[in-house]
Design a protein around this ligand. Structure first.
Ligand code: ACO
Length: 421
Protein backbone atom coordinates (compact mmCIF):
# COMPACT_ATOMS: atom_id res chain seq x y z
CA UNK A 1 0.00 0.00 0.00
CA UNK A 2 1.32 3.43 -0.78
CA UNK A 3 0.07 6.84 0.23
CA UNK A 4 1.05 10.32 -0.88
CA UNK A 5 3.32 12.36 1.36
CA UNK A 6 4.46 15.82 0.30
CA UNK A 7 4.00 15.03 -3.41
CA UNK A 8 5.97 11.76 -3.30
CA UNK A 9 4.54 8.31 -2.65
CA UNK A 10 4.97 6.73 0.76
CA UNK A 11 5.59 3.00 1.23
CA UNK A 12 6.99 2.19 -2.21
CA UNK A 13 9.58 -0.48 -3.00
CA UNK A 14 13.17 0.41 -3.86
CA UNK A 15 14.46 -1.30 -7.01
CA UNK A 16 17.90 -1.18 -8.58
CA UNK A 17 17.19 -0.11 -12.16
CA UNK A 18 20.63 0.97 -13.38
CA UNK A 19 24.23 -0.11 -12.76
CA UNK A 20 27.67 0.87 -13.98
CA UNK A 21 31.37 0.90 -13.23
CA UNK A 22 34.44 2.97 -14.03
CA UNK A 23 38.02 1.77 -13.78
CA UNK A 24 41.31 3.53 -14.43
CA UNK A 25 43.18 2.24 -17.49
CA UNK A 26 46.47 1.46 -15.78
CA UNK A 27 46.83 -2.16 -14.63
CA UNK A 28 49.44 -2.78 -11.93
CA UNK A 29 50.49 -6.41 -11.61
CA UNK A 30 51.85 -8.20 -8.56
CA UNK A 31 55.20 -8.50 -10.31
CA UNK A 32 55.37 -4.72 -10.63
CA UNK A 33 54.72 -4.37 -6.89
CA UNK A 34 57.48 -6.88 -6.20
CA UNK A 35 59.85 -4.34 -7.77
CA UNK A 36 59.00 -1.68 -5.18
CA UNK A 37 58.41 -3.68 -1.95
CA UNK A 38 59.66 -6.98 -0.56
CA UNK A 39 56.85 -9.22 -1.85
CA UNK A 40 56.13 -11.67 -4.66
CA UNK A 41 53.33 -12.54 -7.04
CA UNK A 42 53.11 -15.93 -5.34
CA UNK A 43 52.70 -14.44 -1.83
CA UNK A 44 50.01 -11.96 -2.94
CA UNK A 45 48.08 -14.56 -4.97
CA UNK A 46 48.09 -17.27 -2.30
CA UNK A 47 47.36 -14.94 0.69
CA UNK A 48 44.79 -12.70 -1.02
CA UNK A 49 43.75 -14.04 -4.44
CA UNK A 50 44.70 -10.71 -6.05
CA UNK A 51 46.61 -10.80 -9.36
CA UNK A 52 46.39 -7.18 -10.41
CA UNK A 53 44.68 -3.90 -9.58
CA UNK A 54 43.85 -0.63 -11.36
CA UNK A 55 45.58 2.59 -10.37
CA UNK A 56 44.52 6.13 -11.28
CA UNK A 57 47.92 7.41 -12.41
CA UNK A 58 46.51 10.52 -14.09
CA UNK A 59 46.08 13.19 -11.39
CA UNK A 60 42.96 14.51 -13.13
CA UNK A 61 41.29 11.14 -12.49
CA UNK A 62 39.84 11.40 -8.99
CA UNK A 63 37.26 9.73 -6.77
CA UNK A 64 34.69 12.20 -8.14
CA UNK A 65 35.51 11.76 -11.84
CA UNK A 66 35.45 7.96 -11.51
CA UNK A 67 32.21 8.17 -9.50
CA UNK A 68 30.65 10.45 -12.12
CA UNK A 69 31.64 8.05 -14.91
CA UNK A 70 30.07 5.10 -13.10
CA UNK A 71 26.98 7.21 -12.32
CA UNK A 72 26.55 8.16 -16.00
CA UNK A 73 26.79 4.48 -16.97
CA UNK A 74 24.13 3.58 -14.37
CA UNK A 75 21.82 6.38 -15.56
CA UNK A 76 22.25 5.11 -19.11
CA UNK A 77 21.13 1.61 -18.13
CA UNK A 78 18.16 3.02 -16.20
CA UNK A 79 17.52 5.27 -19.22
CA UNK A 80 16.88 8.39 -17.19
CA UNK A 81 18.43 11.86 -17.32
CA UNK A 82 20.56 13.19 -14.46
CA UNK A 83 17.92 15.88 -13.83
CA UNK A 84 15.56 13.17 -12.59
CA UNK A 85 17.85 12.15 -9.72
CA UNK A 86 16.68 13.59 -6.40
CA UNK A 87 19.44 12.27 -4.13
CA UNK A 88 23.10 11.28 -4.57
CA UNK A 89 24.59 9.10 -1.85
CA UNK A 90 28.32 8.65 -2.30
CA UNK A 91 30.19 6.13 -0.20
CA UNK A 92 33.94 6.66 -0.23
CA UNK A 93 37.00 6.02 1.91
CA UNK A 94 39.12 8.32 -0.27
CA UNK A 95 36.97 11.46 -0.62
CA UNK A 96 38.36 14.33 -2.68
CA UNK A 97 38.20 16.55 0.42
CA UNK A 98 36.81 16.44 3.95
CA UNK A 99 34.40 18.96 2.48
CA UNK A 100 32.84 19.63 0.04
CA UNK A 101 31.57 16.08 -0.19
CA UNK A 102 32.55 13.97 -3.20
CA UNK A 103 28.79 13.54 -3.78
CA UNK A 104 28.49 17.31 -4.38
CA UNK A 105 31.37 17.26 -6.87
CA UNK A 106 29.68 14.38 -8.71
CA UNK A 107 26.34 16.24 -8.64
CA UNK A 108 28.03 19.12 -10.48
CA UNK A 109 29.92 16.85 -12.92
CA UNK A 110 26.78 15.04 -14.07
CA UNK A 111 24.43 18.05 -13.86
CA UNK A 112 22.00 16.47 -11.38
CA UNK A 113 20.47 19.89 -10.78
CA UNK A 114 17.51 18.61 -8.76
CA UNK A 115 19.45 16.37 -6.38
CA UNK A 116 20.59 16.62 -2.78
CA UNK A 117 23.98 15.01 -2.23
CA UNK A 118 26.04 13.69 0.65
CA UNK A 119 28.89 11.28 1.44
CA UNK A 120 28.85 8.27 3.72
CA UNK A 121 31.92 7.34 5.71
CA UNK A 122 31.53 3.68 6.63
CA UNK A 123 34.64 2.43 4.80
CA UNK A 124 34.11 -0.69 2.67
CA UNK A 125 30.61 -1.21 4.11
CA UNK A 126 29.63 2.24 2.80
CA UNK A 127 27.96 1.17 -0.44
CA UNK A 128 25.62 -1.26 1.35
CA UNK A 129 24.92 1.40 4.02
CA UNK A 130 23.98 3.59 1.03
CA UNK A 131 21.50 1.00 -0.23
CA UNK A 132 19.92 0.95 3.26
CA UNK A 133 19.55 4.73 3.24
CA UNK A 134 18.16 4.73 -0.30
CA UNK A 135 15.54 2.17 0.66
CA UNK A 136 14.58 4.29 3.71
CA UNK A 137 14.33 7.51 1.71
CA UNK A 138 12.12 5.82 -0.88
CA UNK A 139 9.92 3.97 1.63
CA UNK A 140 9.34 7.20 3.59
CA UNK A 141 8.43 9.13 0.45
CA UNK A 142 11.38 11.52 0.64
CA UNK A 143 12.97 10.55 -2.66
CA UNK A 144 12.06 8.70 -5.85
CA UNK A 145 15.28 8.33 -7.81
CA UNK A 146 18.58 7.90 -6.00
CA UNK A 147 22.13 7.36 -7.18
CA UNK A 148 24.15 5.22 -4.79
CA UNK A 149 27.84 5.38 -5.66
CA UNK A 150 30.96 3.73 -4.27
CA UNK A 151 34.15 5.34 -5.52
CA UNK A 152 37.81 5.22 -4.58
CA UNK A 153 41.29 6.40 -5.42
CA UNK A 154 42.87 4.47 -2.56
CA UNK A 155 46.23 4.55 -4.38
CA UNK A 156 46.50 8.17 -3.16
CA UNK A 157 46.25 7.21 0.54
CA UNK A 158 48.25 3.98 0.41
CA UNK A 159 51.84 3.88 1.60
CA UNK A 160 53.61 2.38 -1.41
CA UNK A 161 56.51 1.36 0.80
CA UNK A 162 54.30 -0.71 3.18
CA UNK A 163 53.93 -4.25 1.83
CA UNK A 164 51.26 -5.04 4.45
CA UNK A 165 48.79 -2.71 2.76
CA UNK A 166 49.93 -1.59 -0.70
CA UNK A 167 49.40 -5.01 -2.28
CA UNK A 168 45.73 -5.12 -1.22
CA UNK A 169 44.06 -2.02 -2.61
CA UNK A 170 42.96 -0.69 -5.99
CA UNK A 171 41.06 2.24 -7.56
CA UNK A 172 37.65 2.25 -9.24
CA UNK A 173 34.00 3.16 -8.93
CA UNK A 174 30.59 1.53 -9.18
CA UNK A 175 27.12 3.03 -9.08
CA UNK A 176 23.49 2.02 -9.07
CA UNK A 177 20.24 3.87 -9.67
CA UNK A 178 17.62 3.01 -7.05
CA UNK A 179 14.06 3.91 -8.00
CA UNK A 180 10.71 3.88 -6.26
CA UNK A 181 8.26 1.34 -7.65
CA UNK A 182 4.88 -0.11 -6.67
CA UNK A 183 6.16 -3.57 -7.71
CA UNK A 184 7.00 -5.71 -4.62
CA UNK A 185 10.67 -6.72 -4.29
CA UNK A 186 13.86 -4.73 -4.76
CA UNK A 187 15.92 -4.00 -1.63
CA UNK A 188 14.06 -6.19 0.86
CA UNK A 189 16.09 -5.69 4.04
CA UNK A 190 19.39 -4.23 5.14
CA UNK A 191 21.62 -4.76 8.12
CA UNK A 192 24.07 -2.06 9.21
CA UNK A 193 26.38 -2.61 12.14
CA UNK A 194 29.51 -1.29 13.76
CA UNK A 195 31.95 -1.91 16.60
CA UNK A 196 33.87 1.31 17.18
CA UNK A 197 36.16 -0.39 19.70
CA UNK A 198 38.03 -1.81 16.71
CA UNK A 199 38.59 1.58 15.09
CA UNK A 200 42.35 1.46 15.62
CA UNK A 201 42.71 -1.79 13.64
CA UNK A 202 42.27 0.00 10.34
CA UNK A 203 42.62 3.75 10.12
CA UNK A 204 44.03 6.79 8.43
CA UNK A 205 45.33 8.63 11.49
CA UNK A 206 46.18 12.14 10.27
CA UNK A 207 44.48 14.86 8.28
CA UNK A 208 41.32 15.07 10.39
CA UNK A 209 40.61 17.35 13.33
CA UNK A 210 42.20 15.04 15.93
CA UNK A 211 45.56 14.99 14.17
CA UNK A 212 45.61 17.86 11.69
CA UNK A 213 48.13 17.57 8.87
CA UNK A 214 51.54 18.96 9.83
CA UNK A 215 55.03 18.51 8.48
CA UNK A 216 55.55 15.86 11.19
CA UNK A 217 52.40 13.86 10.34
CA UNK A 218 53.41 13.82 6.69
CA UNK A 219 57.04 12.94 7.47
CA UNK A 220 55.93 10.00 9.64
CA UNK A 221 53.38 8.79 7.06
CA UNK A 222 50.36 9.25 9.33
CA UNK A 223 48.28 10.32 6.32
CA UNK A 224 48.46 6.76 4.94
CA UNK A 225 46.32 3.68 5.69
CA UNK A 226 47.45 1.75 8.79
CA UNK A 227 46.15 -1.75 9.32
CA UNK A 228 46.39 -4.74 11.63
CA UNK A 229 45.72 -7.31 8.90
CA UNK A 230 45.35 -10.40 11.06
CA UNK A 231 42.82 -8.80 13.43
CA UNK A 232 40.78 -7.42 10.51
CA UNK A 233 40.87 -10.87 8.90
CA UNK A 234 39.41 -12.53 12.02
CA UNK A 235 36.72 -9.87 12.35
CA UNK A 236 35.81 -10.07 8.64
CA UNK A 237 35.30 -13.84 8.47
CA UNK A 238 32.94 -13.67 11.48
CA UNK A 239 30.81 -10.67 10.46
CA UNK A 240 30.41 -11.54 6.78
CA UNK A 241 28.62 -14.77 7.73
CA UNK A 242 26.67 -13.19 10.63
CA UNK A 243 25.47 -10.22 8.55
CA UNK A 244 24.36 -12.50 5.72
CA UNK A 245 22.32 -14.65 8.12
CA UNK A 246 20.77 -11.63 9.84
CA UNK A 247 19.74 -9.83 6.68
CA UNK A 248 18.16 -12.99 5.29
CA UNK A 249 16.37 -13.64 8.61
CA UNK A 250 14.86 -10.14 8.50
CA UNK A 251 13.57 -10.86 4.99
CA UNK A 252 12.11 -14.21 6.09
CA UNK A 253 14.52 -16.06 3.79
CA UNK A 254 17.08 -18.83 4.30
CA UNK A 255 20.48 -19.56 2.79
CA UNK A 256 18.86 -21.94 0.28
CA UNK A 257 16.77 -19.09 -1.14
CA UNK A 258 19.89 -17.19 -2.19
CA UNK A 259 20.81 -17.22 -5.89
CA UNK A 260 23.95 -15.10 -5.68
CA UNK A 261 26.06 -13.51 -2.97
CA UNK A 262 28.11 -10.47 -3.90
CA UNK A 263 30.61 -10.11 -1.07
CA UNK A 264 33.05 -7.27 -0.51
CA UNK A 265 36.11 -8.19 -2.58
CA UNK A 266 38.87 -7.84 0.01
CA UNK A 267 40.56 -11.21 0.20
CA UNK A 268 39.74 -14.55 -1.45
CA UNK A 269 40.40 -16.35 1.84
CA UNK A 270 37.96 -14.11 3.76
CA UNK A 271 35.28 -14.80 1.14
CA UNK A 272 35.98 -18.55 1.11
CA UNK A 273 35.97 -18.97 4.91
CA UNK A 274 32.82 -16.90 5.50
CA UNK A 275 30.87 -18.52 2.67
CA UNK A 276 31.93 -21.95 3.93
CA UNK A 277 30.51 -21.01 7.37
CA UNK A 278 27.24 -20.32 5.58
CA UNK A 279 27.33 -23.53 3.56
CA UNK A 280 27.11 -21.63 0.28
CA UNK A 281 28.51 -23.37 -2.80
CA UNK A 282 31.22 -21.55 -4.78
CA UNK A 283 29.04 -21.01 -7.85
CA UNK A 284 26.69 -18.85 -5.79
CA UNK A 285 29.45 -16.48 -4.73
CA UNK A 286 30.69 -13.82 -7.13
CA UNK A 287 34.39 -12.91 -7.21
CA UNK A 288 36.40 -10.47 -9.29
CA UNK A 289 39.04 -9.38 -6.78
CA UNK A 290 41.75 -11.08 -8.82
CA UNK A 291 41.46 -8.19 -11.34
CA UNK A 292 40.88 -5.18 -9.10
CA UNK A 293 42.05 -5.93 -5.54
CA UNK A 294 40.13 -4.30 -2.71
CA UNK A 295 38.40 -1.20 -4.09
CA UNK A 296 36.65 -0.57 -0.74
CA UNK A 297 33.21 1.04 -1.28
CA UNK A 298 33.42 0.43 -5.03
CA UNK A 299 34.00 -3.32 -4.82
CA UNK A 300 30.36 -4.43 -4.45
CA UNK A 301 28.83 -2.19 -7.18
CA UNK A 302 31.68 -3.09 -9.58
CA UNK A 303 31.11 -6.78 -8.80
CA UNK A 304 27.32 -6.40 -9.26
CA UNK A 305 27.85 -4.75 -12.66
CA UNK A 306 30.18 -7.54 -13.77
CA UNK A 307 27.86 -10.27 -12.44
CA UNK A 308 25.08 -8.74 -14.56
CA UNK A 309 27.40 -8.47 -17.59
CA UNK A 310 28.17 -12.18 -17.18
CA UNK A 311 24.45 -13.05 -17.18
CA UNK A 312 24.42 -14.16 -13.53
CA UNK A 313 21.47 -12.00 -12.42
CA UNK A 314 17.88 -12.30 -13.63
CA UNK A 315 14.46 -11.07 -12.47
CA UNK A 316 13.20 -12.64 -9.20
CA UNK A 317 16.70 -13.78 -8.17
CA UNK A 318 17.55 -13.30 -4.51
CA UNK A 319 20.88 -11.52 -4.07
CA UNK A 320 22.83 -10.79 -0.92
CA UNK A 321 25.43 -8.03 -0.85
CA UNK A 322 27.61 -8.14 2.23
CA UNK A 323 30.65 -6.19 3.33
CA UNK A 324 32.90 -5.16 6.20
CA UNK A 325 35.38 -2.40 6.74
CA UNK A 326 37.11 0.16 8.91
CA UNK A 327 35.12 1.45 11.83
CA UNK A 328 34.83 -1.42 12.33
CA UNK A 329 31.64 -1.68 10.26
CA UNK A 330 29.64 -4.32 8.48
CA UNK A 331 26.54 -4.27 6.28
CA UNK A 332 24.30 -6.62 4.34
CA UNK A 333 21.41 -6.21 1.91
CA UNK A 334 18.93 -8.83 0.71
CA UNK A 335 17.55 -7.97 -2.69
CA UNK A 336 14.90 -9.53 -4.87
CA UNK A 337 15.94 -8.49 -8.36
CA UNK A 338 13.12 -6.76 -10.18
CA UNK A 339 14.19 -5.61 -13.64
CA UNK A 340 15.45 -7.24 -16.84
CA UNK A 341 19.22 -7.32 -17.15
CA UNK A 342 19.70 -7.86 -20.90
CA UNK A 343 21.14 -4.88 -22.71
CA UNK A 344 18.40 -2.82 -24.33
CA UNK A 345 18.85 -1.28 -27.76
CA UNK A 346 18.75 2.48 -27.17
CA UNK A 347 17.33 4.79 -29.88
CA UNK A 348 20.13 5.99 -32.21
CA UNK A 349 19.81 9.63 -31.06
CA UNK A 350 20.06 8.85 -27.34
CA UNK A 351 23.88 8.91 -27.17
CA UNK A 352 24.16 12.36 -28.75
CA UNK A 353 21.27 13.63 -26.60
CA UNK A 354 23.14 12.45 -23.49
CA UNK A 355 26.43 13.96 -24.64
CA UNK A 356 24.64 17.29 -25.24
CA UNK A 357 23.10 17.11 -21.76
CA UNK A 358 26.47 16.54 -20.10
CA UNK A 359 28.06 19.35 -22.18
CA UNK A 360 25.24 21.61 -21.05
CA UNK A 361 25.87 20.59 -17.43
CA UNK A 362 29.54 21.51 -17.87
CA UNK A 363 28.67 24.87 -19.43
CA UNK A 364 26.15 25.59 -16.66
CA UNK A 365 28.74 24.79 -14.02
CA UNK A 366 31.29 27.12 -15.67
CA UNK A 367 28.73 29.94 -15.90
CA UNK A 368 27.78 29.52 -12.25
CA UNK A 369 31.45 29.66 -11.27
CA UNK A 370 32.07 32.80 -13.35
CA UNK A 371 28.98 34.58 -12.04
CA UNK A 372 29.96 33.67 -8.48
CA UNK A 373 33.45 35.03 -9.06
CA UNK A 374 31.92 38.31 -10.25
CA UNK A 375 29.62 38.34 -7.23
CA UNK A 376 32.74 37.77 -5.17
CA UNK A 377 33.91 41.24 -6.08
CA UNK A 378 30.86 42.86 -4.39
CA UNK A 379 32.18 45.61 -2.13
CA UNK A 380 29.09 47.49 -0.86
CA UNK A 381 26.17 46.39 1.29
CA UNK A 382 23.83 47.27 -1.59
CA UNK A 383 25.50 44.46 -3.54
CA UNK A 384 27.55 46.63 -5.92
CA UNK A 385 30.63 45.22 -7.59
CA UNK A 386 33.86 47.16 -7.89
CA UNK A 387 33.09 48.02 -11.53
CA UNK A 388 29.60 49.17 -10.58
CA UNK A 389 30.97 51.39 -7.82
CA UNK A 390 33.56 52.95 -10.17
CA UNK A 391 30.83 53.38 -12.84
CA UNK A 392 28.51 55.10 -10.34
CA UNK A 393 31.28 57.45 -9.19
CA UNK A 394 32.06 58.37 -12.80
CA UNK A 395 28.35 59.02 -13.46
CA UNK A 396 28.17 61.23 -10.39
CA UNK A 397 31.27 63.12 -11.52
CA UNK A 398 29.84 63.53 -15.02
CA UNK A 399 26.50 64.71 -13.58
CA UNK A 400 28.10 67.23 -11.21
CA UNK A 401 30.34 68.47 -14.01
CA UNK A 402 27.29 69.02 -16.26
CA UNK A 403 25.41 70.79 -13.48
CA UNK A 404 28.48 72.95 -12.88
CA UNK A 405 28.59 73.83 -16.59
CA UNK A 406 24.83 74.71 -16.55
CA UNK A 407 25.31 76.97 -13.53
CA UNK A 408 28.42 78.69 -14.89
CA UNK A 409 26.75 81.02 -17.52
CA UNK A 410 24.15 82.16 -14.98
CA UNK A 411 26.92 82.98 -12.54
CA UNK A 412 28.77 84.79 -15.32
CA UNK A 413 25.56 86.68 -16.19
CA UNK A 414 25.12 87.50 -12.54
CA UNK A 415 28.72 88.64 -12.34
CA UNK A 416 28.31 90.65 -15.61
CA UNK A 417 25.05 92.20 -14.32
CA UNK A 418 26.62 93.33 -11.11
CA UNK A 419 29.46 94.84 -13.12
CA UNK A 420 26.96 96.90 -15.11
CA UNK A 421 25.35 98.17 -11.98
N1 ACO B 1 54.52 -9.84 0.86
C1 ACO B 1 55.27 -10.75 1.52
N2 ACO B 1 55.14 -10.95 2.84
C2 ACO B 1 54.23 -10.23 3.50
C3 ACO B 1 53.44 -9.26 2.86
C4 ACO B 1 53.60 -9.09 1.48
N3 ACO B 1 52.89 -8.21 0.77
N4 ACO B 1 52.61 -8.71 3.78
C5 ACO B 1 52.88 -9.28 4.94
N5 ACO B 1 53.88 -10.20 4.78
C6 ACO B 1 54.50 -11.05 5.78
C7 ACO B 1 54.32 -10.52 7.18
O1 ACO B 1 55.30 -9.57 7.48
C8 ACO B 1 54.44 -11.78 7.99
O2 ACO B 1 55.80 -12.04 8.17
P1 ACO B 1 56.34 -12.58 9.58
O3 ACO B 1 55.61 -13.87 9.81
O4 ACO B 1 57.78 -12.68 9.37
O5 ACO B 1 55.90 -11.51 10.55
C9 ACO B 1 53.89 -12.87 7.06
O6 ACO B 1 53.85 -12.32 5.77
C10 ACO B 1 52.50 -13.30 7.44
O7 ACO B 1 51.74 -12.15 7.77
P2 ACO B 1 50.23 -12.27 8.18
O8 ACO B 1 49.74 -10.89 8.54
O9 ACO B 1 49.99 -13.35 9.15
O10 ACO B 1 49.60 -12.70 6.80
P3 ACO B 1 48.14 -13.13 6.56
O11 ACO B 1 48.10 -14.49 6.06
O12 ACO B 1 47.24 -12.73 7.68
O13 ACO B 1 47.75 -12.17 5.34
C11 ACO B 1 46.64 -10.10 4.93
C12 ACO B 1 47.88 -10.77 5.49
C13 ACO B 1 46.56 -10.43 3.46
C14 ACO B 1 46.78 -8.59 5.11
C15 ACO B 1 45.39 -10.63 5.66
O14 ACO B 1 45.59 -10.57 7.04
C16 ACO B 1 44.14 -9.86 5.30
O15 ACO B 1 43.69 -9.90 4.19
N6 ACO B 1 43.52 -9.18 6.29
C17 ACO B 1 42.33 -8.40 6.05
C18 ACO B 1 42.72 -7.10 5.46
C19 ACO B 1 41.54 -6.40 4.82
O16 ACO B 1 40.68 -6.98 4.24
N7 ACO B 1 41.55 -5.06 4.95
C20 ACO B 1 40.64 -4.22 4.29
C21 ACO B 1 39.38 -4.03 5.06
S1 ACO B 1 38.23 -3.14 4.16
C22 ACO B 1 38.43 -1.46 4.40
O17 ACO B 1 37.75 -0.85 5.18
C23 ACO B 1 39.41 -0.66 3.61
Amino acid sequence: MSAMQGGLSFGLYAHITGWGKALPERVVTNDELAQIVDTSDEWIRTRTGIRQRRVAVDPSETSATLGAKAARAALEVADIPASKVDMIICATSSPEHIFPSTACVIQDLIGAVNAGAFDISAACSGFVYGLGLAKGLIASGQAETILVIGTETLSRIVDWSDRNTCVLFGDGAGAVVVQASPVPGGILTTEMGCDGSGGDLLSLPAGGSKMPATLETVASGQHFIKMNGRAVFRFATRVMADATRRVLDKAGLGIDDVDLVIPHQANERIIAVSMRHLGLPDEKVFRNLQYYGNTSTASIPIALTEAIEQGLVKPSDVLVMVGFGAGLTWAGAAIQWGVPTQEKEAPFWRASQRAAMYNLARARSQLMRISRRLEGSLITEEGDTLTEVVGKRLDELRKSKKEGEKEEPAEKEEQGGSGEQ
